[in-house]
Each structure stands twice: as structure tokens, then as C-alpha cells.
Design a protein around this ligand. Structure first.
Ligand code: R5P
Length: 301
């Protein structure tokens, strides 16, 4: 396959894993900051005529964004056949409407920037809530790879008598799929968020959880408040200490400490962002999606 992988600074391990699974080359990128912090980029390997997958783990995306856009531009100028973005975690998906007058709808603005720079995008479980699909805001070939099979495989191996719990209504899309694949039941709570770090929950009938291990599944763990509040509520109801699974371990600031202190028995995550909680490897489904898109580009340039 006429495909190579370029990893953004900090995403080398993820890039290596994907390139290794696909059996394709990793093209080397030199990157540093000038004294004034502007970014310097230089491709050290030939990309002419190749489909290039730029791998970027976008926790704290703002400092990375200019470099990402400049790299896409450079790769095109250097003759790449197509330049795609592999962002296992797609940031800026949650500000998807104007909650208050005058706010920037950053999910759309970010989508426009990425769509102008890249020909295709592979990501995992983007936070689709009020926006139904990536195609509604992204103007490129976008593939959303589900994590449910990988999470369910982990649950089947690691958890006795699981009962999957989603902390809010939008989590139902992931929770339902994971529960079906892990062959167990699920419950979904209702969440009211009154601030970045302030969350209240309404609980459904929790009797089906008695005697089972609650396994909380959410797409993003950011401040950790959604998970921590859920853990505290379930423990207060006399249920077993929950296991927490996040697809995207953003873990801003002291989020991990907050969640540990709430009483979670285990905290694990997928490898979409590097984090000490990483336990669920999603390299294969991501890499296979990249293979499918690149093959399609080769057949239909
Ligand atoms: C939003 O509804 C997402 O699905 C997560 O529940 C949310 O982003 C988690 O954020 P935090 O960890 O800050 O509560």
C-alpha cells in the first residue's frame, strides 16, 4: 500500500503502533521551537506520491494546532498524494451550539480548519451529541471508529458480573453497544451540568445493579466530575465500588486524584491519548480504518 505515517511531536508511540500494524513506513519529522516559540518543521523522508497519515494525539490541542495545519500544508507541497489526519481523540466537539448569546461554536470552526487542511480523518468515538454525525460539520472523508468492541472485550475478561452504567443520556450510544457485546445489562443516568466542574445526577431504579459490579463507561473524562459524582452516588446507594472506563482519558488537572478519591475500584482507558490509565488497546481498529481509507483513495484518487 502506498501509505506512510507521520507522527506529530508527542504522538510518536501511537504513530509507531499504527505503522507497525499496517506494515508501512514511518516518515521522520524534525520539529523544534524557535526562540520566540514559533514552530519549525522539516520532513526528513520523501513523501512524494504517497498517502500520508498524520497521527496526532490531541490532548491540549491549542498549542498543537498551528503545527498540525502547517505540516499538512508542507506535506501537500512536498507532493503527497493525500494527507489525512488520524486523531484518535477529536477535540472541540462539545461546544456544538451557542449556549449563550455571542459564544463561538468552536466545534464548527475547528471542523472547518481541519477540513481545509486534510483530505480525510480517522477518529474514535467523537462526542456526537447535538450534532448527529461528523459529516454535518466536517467537509472531508470522516471515519468514526467505535471503541465498543475493544471495551466489551476488556469487560468480558476483567469483570465478574458486570452491569454497565452511562452517566448521562448521550453516553447511551456507547453504553448500549458495550453492554450488548459484553452480554450484560445497562442503566443510564441523567446529568445536569451547572458549570465546568459542577454536575448533578438523577438516578434510575438501581435495583438491577445489586450484587453486580457497576462499570461506568463514558466517552471523555475531562475534569473527572461526571465520573466522580456517579461513583459517589452509586457507593452511597450501597452498591459495589465501580470500575470507571473512559474512551478518551483527557484527565485535566487533578481529575485522576478526584476520581480515585471518589472511590472507584479501578480506572481504565483506551489508548486514544497517552495516560497511566491506558489498558484497552485500540490500535487495530484505528489502523484498519486508516488502511480502508487509504485503499479507497488509491482506487478513487
Ligand atoms: C459530555 O457529556 C461527555 O460525554 C462527558 O460526560 C464529559 O465530557 C465529562 O466531562 P468531565 O470529566 O469534565 O465531567
Amino acid at each position: 500500500m502506498n501509505l506512510c505515517v507521520v507522527a506529530m511531536p508527542g504522538s510518536e508511540h501511537c504513530g509507531e503502533q499504527i505503522a507497525e500494524h499496517l506494515g508501512v513506513a514511518r516518515c521522520r519529522l524534525e520539529s523544534r521551537r524557535f526562540p520566540d516559540r514559533e514552530i519549525y518543521l522539516r520532513m526528513l523522508d520523501e513523501v512524494q506520491g504517497q498517502h500520508v497519515a498524520v497521527v496526532a494525539q490531541l490532548r491540549d490541542p491549542d498549542p498543537q494546532l498551528p503545527g498540525l495545519l502547517f505540516l499538512a500544508d508542507a506535506l501537500r507541497e512536498l507532493g503527497a498524494s493525500s494527507v489525512g489526519l488520524v486523531a484518535p481523540y477529536l477535540p472541540y466537539m462539545r461546544q456544538d451550539i451557542r449556549f449563550h448569546a455571542g459564544e463561538a461554536i468552536t466545534s464548527r470552526s475547528f471542523a472547518r480548519l481541519v477540513s481545509n487542511a486534510f483530505a480525510w480523518l480517522v477518529t474514535m468515538d467523537p462526542h456526537l451529541h447535538r450534532v448527529a454525525s461528523l459529516d454535518a460539520i466536517y467537509d472531508l472523508r470522516a471515519v468514526a471508529v467505535p471503541s465498543a468492541a475493544s471495551i466489551a472485550a476488556w469487560v468480558r475478561t476483567e469483570v465478574m458480573n458486570p452491569h454497565i452504567v452511562g452517566p448521562d443520556e448521550e453516553s447511551e450510544q456507547w453504553v448500549r453497544d458495550v453492554a450488548a457485546r459484553a452480554d450484560c445489562c445497562y442503566s443510564v443516568l441523567r446529568k445536569h451540568r451547572s458549570g465546568d466542574r459542577s454536575v448533578e445526577l438523577t438516578l434510575p431504579d438501581l435495583d438491577p445493579l445489586r450484587g453486580r459490579t457497576p462499570v461506568l463507561v463514558d466517552d471523555i473524562i475531562s475534569s473527572g466530575q461526571t465520573m466522580a459524582t456517579t461513583v459517589r452516588e452509586l457507593v452511597a446507594m450501597g452498591l459495589a465500588a465501580p470500575i470507571c472506563i473512559g474512551v478518551h482519558p483527557v484527565f485535566a488537572g487533578d481529575a485522576l486524584t478526584v476520581l480515585e478519591a471518589a472511590g472507584a475500584s479501578r480506572i481504565v482507558s483506551c489508548h486514544t491519548l497517552q495516560h497511566p490509565t491506558n489498558a484497552i488497546d485500540v490500535t487495530i481498529p484505528l489502523a484498519e480504518a486508516v488502511r480502508a481509507v487509504a485503499t479507497d483513495r488509491e482506487r478513487n484518487p
